[in-house]
Design a protein around this ligand. Structure first.
Ligand code: TYD
Length: 141
């Protein structure tokens, strides 16, 4: 059995006081890379599946700063994990070269995505069979 984690939940520092909550996400400290880009996803219906790609270069941390969603992560070798994003002070770290699908969005979901790279469409693998082929080639060599 492959026990190498595909991805990892992170819990961030909170500085709450009587004025409310403040959560800190500092690059290379609270997450394992320097932050190059953020984007966020909201207004996705419950039956929508987003993502459905792997990235050759980018690492990500995904945080539901409002609402909830789920993230399915696959390694292309038959292992998969599902992460529930349901607290604004937690996130999931996604390394390079994992297949990811975001789904089950609540109506109020705002999914913040923190990335290690600028956007480059050429580093995205959007075909699952191609992803599996690249993984198996890497495993063989
Ligand atoms: P897409 O990767 O399909 O979103 P998701 O993985 O969340 O389902 O991106 C949707 C569109 O936005 C697509 O046309 C590419 C564009 N885009 C950018 O221009 N820059 C970015 O940083 C990202 C993530 C997407």
């Amino acid at each position: 059995m492959n026990v190498i984690p595909l991805a990892q939940m992170l819990e961030f520092s909170q500085k709450g006081d009587e004025r409310g909550h403040l959560v800190i996400v500092e690059g290379e400290k609270d997450i394992p890379f320097a932050i190059k880009r953020i984007f966020y996803i909201y207004g996705s219906d419950k039956d929508v599946i987003r993502g459905q790609h792997a990235n050759k270069q980018s690492e990500f941390v995904l945080i539901n700063v409002a609402g909830t969603s789920k993230v399915k992560v696959k390694d292309g070798k038959g292992n998969e994990s599902i992460f529930c994003l349901n607290r604004p002070y937690t996130g999931v770290y996604l390394p390079r070269m994992v297949w990811k699908e975001m789904y089950d969005f609540s109506e109020d979901s705002v999914l913040l995505c923190v990335a290690s790279t600028a956007y480059d469409p050429s580093e995205y693998i959007r075909n699952y069979d191609e992803f599996v082929r690249i993984i198996s080639e890497r495993t063989e060599s």
